[in-house]
Structures are given as C-alpha cells and as structure tokens.
Write a protein that binds this ligand. Structure first.
Ligand code: NAD
Length: 492
C-alpha cells in the first residue's frame, strides 16, 4: 500500500523543509515488516530552528493578541478536519503501530476530535479570581486578582502506543491557553504526527505556533529539555525516560508533566457479574495488544471464582481476531516492533521458571505468513505479586493472574506496586465498590468497566506513574501560570 504522507521533511515555522543534515530513516509496518516511508531525522540545528520559530510565534501579535474566541474557532476547525480525515488518520495509525483499525477509527479519531472541541470550549474560560486580601495598609481595600497566563514554548514528547491521542491531549489545551508547540513524536510512530501538522496548517494556525521535529529520542529530547526558550516539557512515555527528563529539566527550572508507566491491578470479587467481568478483564489487558499504560495486567481474583475465571478467560481469548490491523474484523494486532515481542517472551519465560502456570499463549504467532511482530494473548496463573512479571511494566499482551481471599488482601496486593496509574474493581456490592476504590492508590479507578476514557475526566498517575494531570480543566494548571496583581487604589 503506497502511503503519500511523508516526504522526509520537518514542519518548522509553517513550512515543510528538508532536515539540515539530509538524513532520513525508514519506518515499517509491524504487521508485515514492509517499508512505509522515509522519516526526516532532525539535527540540533533543525531543533533550534523549531524552538526559535515557536518562541517568535509566542511573542508575535498575531498569536499573542489573538482573542480566546478566535483560538476557539481555530480549534473547532482542527476538530472538523480531524473528522473529515478520520479514515486517513486511522489508517496511518494502524499501519504505523499495528492498532486494529476498528479501534483507531471508532475510538481514537473520535476522541481526537473530542479533544479539540472540548478545549475550544475551554479557551474563552481561562480566567482568574478576585481575592479579598487579609491585611490592608489604608482604609481603602486594594484590588487583588489573579490571571492565568500561558507559559510560552511547550515541548510535547510523546510515545508510540496512542500516537495521535496522546499528542492531542497536549496540543489542544496548550493551544487553548495560548502557548506554542514543538512536537517530538515517538521515533517508531511518526505518521499521524505528520498528518496533524498538515491539519494545523490547513486550519490556519499562524506560522511557528506548531512545529514538528522527527528523529532520535535522546538527541531531540535533550536539546528540547536543555533549551532556555522551552518553558515546559509535556512528556508521556516510560518511567525511566521520564525520570531522566525531570532530572535534566531542573537545571533550567523547567516545568515538567510526566505521564508514565503502570502495572494496574484489576480486581474481580466473587460477587461480580462474571459475564461482564470476563469481558472487562479481556479488554483491560488485550486492548491495543497490551500496549496501553493502564493495562489491567495484574488480575486479582477472589479464590471461590479463581479457576472459573481462568477457564472462562482462556475461552474468551479465542474470540480475539488476530490479523491484519487494516481488516475491520481484526481485534488484536502486532506489537509495535520486534523488541516488544522479545520483551514479552523474556518475561513469560522468567515467570514460568519462577513457578507461574501457563494457561494460554507464551509464543509468537504468524497470522500473515512468516513476517509480523505478533505475540499471542498470554495468561499466566498463580503469579507471585512480588515477582518481576507482576511488578515491572511489560507493555504487551501478558496477563498475570493472582488469587486472593479477603478484601483487605486484594487492596494490599493492588497497592504493592511502585506504579499507581489505574485500577479496576468488578463487584455487584455498591458499598464494596466505594470502599475499595477509596483505598486504591491509583489516579483512575474503574468500577464494573475498564479502559474507559473521557476528555472531561482528569487522567494521571499516583506514585511513579507520573506528575500532573491531563484532560479535564485540571490540565490547565499544566499550560498556564498564575500571576497575582495587587493594586493600591487609594492612589495617594
Ligand atoms: P519511551 O519513554 O521510550 O519514549 C517516549 C518518548 O520519549 C518518545 O518520543 C521517545 O523518542 C522519547 N525519548 C526517548 N529517549 C529520550 C530522552 N533521553 N530524552 C527525551 N525524550 C526521549 O516510551 P514508549 O516506549 O514510546 O512508550 C511506552 C511507555 O509510555 C510505557 O512505559 C507506557 O506506560 C508509557 N505511557 C504512559 C501513558 C500515561 O498516560 N501515563 C500513556 C501511554 C504510554
């Protein structure tokens, strides 16, 4: 399939241009390992040019003095173009990272448009408060108020697993608040980032407000983090890289938000509706072939229903349709690359050596001939919660199932993790649902469902799963700073 998305160029200051070093790298389709297109590799000079363009655009009257309603109109236009080009965006996402198109089209592009519509609505409501001061120097009360002002150049550094969505969770609020952007997408999945740059251009964003630099993570990342002109790093990715960014960013006291890894516990109590619980457990781990930060990768099951859940889950994995992501019947695609497959396999082998019981999977599969980075949906039972397979993020379709006896034990096991991104509870007991959700150390708790996201609901992690929140109006804290103004109006 010929894809006419990239001409190996970068998008800087409103123009498509060759990288100054003229280096390009191929990108491949993980389902069949075929070449898709060449991607420009930005040099330090290119990154600096993108930062300068964003910095100049931030100060330009065209952007700085644009009214909030005008920014809303631009964001609405972006949302409409996303809807117009949804099929192309979904196709690009699916060939780039192996996500079944049935999801990239019906879930991702819809949420993508939602993000721009929602923050278009927010743009004109970013305001401050008047405050009554506590001490006054004279009999006339001073006027004291706050304003929320944009930060300046935002560097958005994004991961491979939801390329367009996790970029737009940064773009939409950042632009609504009046910032400018340099985007560095994941090296393995740049295609929808290129398409989004085209959409921003067509929507009429002023030159330099959005810039795209593709290429090496470390080279571009470090340059962005070190630049004094970049005022904030909005990062989604691994905990390891996130920590290194945060340490480096402190040198310039740069603001940082981190959306990092997870190893989420999904608890099935013996009073759950098991038909629904099995569906949610399946979707919880195998959605996006396990390449999702909130994956319910530790399934805690109360002992009276433990063997039944294992058997029914095993049967349910057979309903997954593994195949070409572009086929709309496919529900389970390839891992993003060979590394991810090898990582899954390494953890499974280690777990079996450590005494886990293999229920299904644990091997590669080849639904499309002898090529493709597919790994079978895998279930490991009797996993020790303290073992590496239960404590480290695998980021693949490997489910660890762990038995428990009491509610207290379930909460203890769930919280015994350095991560705290999400958690799930399956129960028909409403008191238990509230009680357990209040005790779980996680940024997002689902009850009788799993992996449900909404633009209005804040998203982010406890513990080593991150710093800050995306989505909702809470994300505005990440893209604005507060200015307090104190006016002595006595005037003497
Ligand atoms: P990654 O950390 O390898 O890469 C993320 C981004 O950082 C990429 O754009 C990469 O090129 C860039 N990068 C790499 N090295 C860098 C460096 N030294 N300095 C600056 N940037 C650098 O992550 P990934 O493999 O693309 O994504 C998977 C990870 O992302 C998982 O850990 C997953 O849990 C996490 N994730 C978290 C969330 C969340 O919202 N909490 C969402 C999705 C993914």
């Amino acid at each position: 399939m010929a894809i006419n998305i990239s001409n190996g160029q970068l998008f800087i200051n409103g123009e498509w241009r060759e990288g100054s070093s003229n280096v390009v790298k191929p990108t491949y389709n993980p389902a069949n390992e075929t070449f898709i297109t060449d991607i420009a590799q930005a040099s330090e000079a290119d990154i600096d040019a993108a930062i300068d363009a964003a910095d100049n655009a931030f100060k330009s009257p065209e952007w700085a003095e644009m009214s909030p309603l005008e920014r809303s109109r631009l964001l609405i236009k972006v949302a409409q173009l996303v809807e117009r080009d949804a099929d192309e965006l979904a196709t690009l996402e699916s060939i780039d990272m192996g996500k079944p198109k049935v999801f990239s089209l019906n879930i991702d592009t819809k949420l993508l448009a939602d993000l721009f519509y929602y923050y278009a609505g927010v743009a004109a409501q970013i305001d401050g408060v008047t405050r009554k001061v506590t001490r006054t120097q004279s009999c006339v009360e001073p006027l004291a108020y706050t304003q929320r002002v944009p930060l300046g150049v935002i560097a958005a550094i994004t991961p491979f697993n939801f390329p367009m969505l996790l970029s737009a969770t940064k773009f939409a609020p950042a632009l609504a608040a009046g910032n400018t952007i340099v985007h560095k997408p994941a090296s393995a999945t740049p295609l929808t980032a290129i398409k989004m740059a085209k959409i921003f251009d067509e929507a009429g964003l002023p030159k330099g407000v959005f810039n795209l630099v593709t290429g090496s993570g470390a080279l571009i990342g470090n340059r962005l983090v070190d630049s004094p002109k970049v005022k904030k790093i909005a990062f989604t990715g691994s905990t390891e890289v996130g920590k290194s960014i945060a340490k480096r960013a402190i040198d310039s006291v740069k603001k940082v938000t981190l959306e990092l890894g997870g190893k989420s516990a999904h608890i099935i109590f013996d009073d759950a509706n098991l038909d629904k619980a099995i569906t949610h457990a399946l979707f919880g781990i195998y959605y996006n072939k396990g390449e999702i930060c909130t994956a319910g990768s530790r399934l805690l099951v109360q002992r009276p229903v433990y063997e039944e859940v294992l058997e029914r889950l095993h049967q349910a994995t057979k309903s997954l349709i593994i195949g070409d992501p572009l086929d709309l019947n496919t529900t389970f695609g390839p891992q993003v690359d060979r590394n991810q497959v090898d990582t899954c396999h390494r953890y499974v082998e280690q777990a079996l050596q450590d005494g886990a019981r293999l229920i299904t999977g644990g091997h590669r599969v080849f639904p499309l001939g002898d090529k493709g980075h597919f790994y079978a949906p895998t279930i490991l039972a009797d996993v020790d919660n303290s073992s590496p397979v239960a404590q480290e993020e695998i980021f693949g379709p490997v489910l660890c199932v762990i038995p428990f006896d009491t509610e207290d034990e379930a909460v203890k096991l769930a919280n015994e993790s350095k991560f705290g991104l999400a958690a799930g509870i399956q129960t028909e007991n409403i008191s238990r649902a509230h009680r357990v959700s209040s005790r779980l150390q996680a940024g997002l708790v689902w009850v009788n469902t799993y992996n449900q996201f909404d633009v209005a609901l804040p998203f982010g992690g406890f513990k080593e799963s991150g710093i800050g929140r995306e989505l909702g109006t809470e994300v505005l804290d990440a893209y604005t700073q507060i200015k307090s103004v104190y006016i002595d109006i006595e005037g003497k």
